[in-house]
Design a protein around this ligand. Structure first.
Ligand code: AMP
Length: 190
C-alpha cells in the first residue's frame, strides 16, 4: 500500500492532480478540506466548530483533522493506497501521521510538492471561486490570510520530509496536463 501526500499552497491545483492520480494509480483521495466542507454541509458538531475558522482562512485544530484521517484509514483497509490532499498542514500533523502509519506497519512513501508563487495562487483561487461556491475563495483578506497561514504553519513541513528524503518538487506554473506528466514521471520512478 502506497501513501502519497500532494503538497502545496492553497490553489496550487492539489485536488485536480489528486483526482488524476486516483484514476491512473487507483488510489483513495482524502482531502481534509472536502471532508470538512462535508461536515459543514451536514451541520455536524465538528462542522459547526470548523465553519468560522475555515471562513476566516485559519486552520482548524490538529485533533479535528487527525480524527478524520484516522477514520478514513480505518474504514478503507483494502485500498491500494492513499493520496492525502491538504493534510498534513502542520509539522504536528506530519508527526502524528507518521506515528499512525508506523503503528499500522506503513509509511508515507512520497511527498509531491506543487510549486506556485503567491501571485499565481491568488489568480487560481479567484478562478476557482467562479467555478465552485467556496466562501473562503471569495474575499481578498481571507485569501491573503490562507496564503500567510501556509507560509507560517505549513511550509515548515518541507524540512520535515526533506530530512526523510521523501520530498519532491514539481513546477506548478504549467497546464494541468504538464503538471500531471511530471507527477507521473515522479511516481513511476519511485
Ligand atoms: P482546502 O480545501 O484544503 O484548501 O482546505 C480548506 C480549509 O479547511 C483550510 O483553509 C483550513 O481552514 C481547513 N483545513 C483543511 N485541511 C486542514 C488541515 N490538515 N489542518 C487544518 N485545517 C485544515
Amino acid at each position: 500500500m502506497k501513501h502519497f501526500i500532494i503538497f502545496g499552497p492553497p490553489g496550487a491545483g492539489k485536488g485536480t492532480q489528486a483526482k488524476l492520480m486516483v484514476d491512473k494509480y487507483n488510489l483513495r483521495h482524502v482531502s481534509t478540506g472536502d471532508l470538512l466542507r462535508g461536515e459543514i454541509a451536514k451541520q455536524t458538531e465538528l462542522g459547526k466548530k470548523a465553519k468560522e475558522l475555515i471562513e476566516a482562512g485559519n486552520l482548524v485544530p490538529d485533533e479535528m483533522v487527525v480524527a478524520m484521517i484516522k477514520s478514513e484509514i480505518a474504514n478503507h483497509p483494502d485500498v491500494t493506497g492513499f493520496i492525502f490532499d491538504g493534510f498534513p498542514r502542520t509539522t504536528a500533523q506530519a508527526e502524528i501521521l507518521d506515528d499512525m502509519l508506523t503503528k499500522l506497519g506503513k509509511k508515507v512513501d512520497s511527498v509531491i510538492s506543487i510549486i506556485v508563487d503567491d501571485d499565481l495562487v491568488k489568480e487560481r483561487i479567484k478562478h476557482r471561486a467562479m467555478l465552485e461556491n467556496r466562501r473562503d475563495d471569495m474575499q481578498d483578506e481571507v485569501i491573503t490570510n490562507r496564503i500567510a497561514t501556509y507560509h507560517k504553519k505549513t511550509e515548515p513541513i518541507i524540512g520535515y520530509y526533506k530530512k526523510q528524503n521523501k520530498y519532491h518538487e514539481i513546477d506548478g506554473a504549467g497546464t494541468i496536463e504538464d503538471i500531471f506528466k511530471e507527477v507521473c514521471a515522479l511516481i513511476d520512478n519511485l
